[in-house]
Every structure is written in structure tokens, then in C-alpha cells.
Design a protein around this ligand. Sequence first.
Ligand code: C2E
Ligand code: MG
Ligand code: MG
Ligand code: MG
Length: 280
Amino acid sequence: EAKKNEREPVAVFSPQLSERQIWRSEMLGALRDSLENERFHLVYQIQQDALGLAVTGVEALLRWDAPDPQLQCGPQDFIPFLEQSGLIVEVGGWVMTESACQAAEWGRETGEAITVSVNVSSVQLHARCFAERVARALEVSGLPPERLELELTETALVHDPEQAATMLDAVRELGVKLALDDFGTGYSSLSYLKRFSFDRLKIDQGFVRDILGDRNDLEIVRAIIAMGNALSLEIIAEGVETADQRDLLDALGCHSFQGYLIGRPTVAEAIRPLLGVRLL
Ligand code: C2E
Ligand code: MG
Ligand code: MG
Ligand code: MG
């Protein structure tokens, strides 16, 4: 009887690795080598101010030049690997420093006080050295702190809101700005907005996409803008692809726009000529 209940010994190593396991370990290995070998780079997407029509900021977006073309993919696919392996702490630190240096350089070259927005993953936020890494990016670049904006998603905050609040308070002390990315897709609540004291909300592109055709999306965006205004938050819409979308968002009181209509993410050299110019 007792024997029957005994567990079968579990095979720890299966003789045959699945295709998926092989792919996963290749991805990890390739990503691990890529930081040293400078296989990451940044592209920037401009943000346009609704009032002045000028470029007031850019979002830095990470790109990976995979050593093997079969592994080539975008951030949506490789960032989860960086997070699982903890590599995101190192790579994300590089993203902050690199983009802050770029924004400072643009400032010196053009006299424009461009803000750079950097995406921060929950793994980075909860790493002990997070505030130090932000401080280092500011120090190395000489960028005024209010010109660095950290973008967080609601999903990055729910896991451990207490700890997240502590970390965000620490970086706020440095004077950097905070934005809530992909707003409306996560766990949005008024108490959240109050607790984390953000400067800006980014309306998720999912609501912008069909804003002209879908009554619900329109009303959600209207509500987000009203709520943002009531809480003195800046509102930016992302994923703006058509002039009609921009005009409607403008009429609803959105403060700035980001999307393919305004500009595609592109390398730093292509951004510079756009700074200080009114974009109609
Ligand atoms: P996100 O922060 O919400 O960035 C916006 C994404 O929408 C970018 O995709 C951008 O290329 C894309 N996009 C911009 N305008 C339009 C538009 O008009 N239409 C459409 N359909 N898409 C548009 P991307 O560069 O592939 O990045 C995807 C996500 O990966 C980002 O979403 C962000 O969550 C993450 N990510 C990118 N770079 C970093 C990084 O340095 N660190 C971390 N932690 N995450 C990053
Ligand atoms: Mg973002
Ligand atoms: Mg977003
Ligand atoms: Mg997104």
C-alpha cells in the first residue's frame, strides 16, 4: 500500500531538449553577450506639443541587433528575457545614461530643452540600486533632472505597490518626472494616481486607434483627460496615426501627441533637424 503512494523519481534532465528550450537558451545567451558587444541601440520617437506644435520631448525605445538573424525580434519579445534573467537592470541603466547623454547633447547643440522619456520595467524599479542608477545617468550626462522622464506601467506597480512607492519617492527627490504609460489598460484607479504622484499620463494607443469609430473609446479618452486635468496631470496620447485622430484629441484637450503621424521612431541623427522646428 505504502509503496503505491511513493512518488516516481522525477527525471531532472530530459535527454531531449525541446525546440522551445533550445530557443530560450539561445535567446538568453545572445542577449547576455549583446550588452558587452554593443548590440543594443536606441531609437527616438518625437512628442509634439499641442499648443506650440514644437517637439518638446522624445521617447527612447530599445532595439537589439541580434547576432543571429533567426533570433531578431523587437522589445515586446526580448524584454521579457531581459527581465527574467535580471539583465534588464544593466541594460536599463545603459538606456537611461545613453538617452540622458543624447538629450543633453541635443540641448547643447540646439538650445532646445528636450525631455527624454525612458521606459522602466518593474524588475528595474525593484532592484536595490535603482535610484543610484538614475542619479548616475543624471550625473554622467549633466542633463537637468526635470528633463528626464521615467515611464512606468500600472502593471509594474501592482506587484508590490508599497515598495514601488518607496522607490519612486526616492527618484522623485532627484527631480525627475514620472509618467504612467499605457494608461487605461492596467489597474487604473484614482487612488493609484494619487498615491504615486505622476506628472503625466500616456493614453494607451488602444484607445486612440479607434477613437473616431468607437463611441466607448471616445468616452474613455474624454474621461481620462477630464480626470487628468482635475488632478493637474499632463496628458499625452500615444499611437496617433492620422490627422483626424490628432484633431479630435486636440479638441478633447490632450496636451501632446506621439505616434507615426508625428514621427516614427528613428536614430538620433534623424531627430536633430526636427528640434526647434514647428511641425504642422
Ligand atoms: P511603449 O513604451 O508603449 O512604446 C510605444 C510603442 O508603440 C513602441 O513600440 C512604438 O514604436 C510604438 N508606436 C509608436 N507610435 C505608434 C503608432 O502610431 N502606431 C503604432 N501601431 N505603434 C506605435 P516598440 O518600440 O516596439 O516598443 C514596445 C514596448 O517595449 C514599449 O511600449 C515598451 O513597453 C517596451 N520598451 C521599449 N524600449 C524599452 C526600454 O528601453 N526599456 C523597457 N523596460 N521597455 C522598453
Ligand atoms: Mg513608453
Ligand atoms: Mg505605451
Ligand atoms: Mg505599450
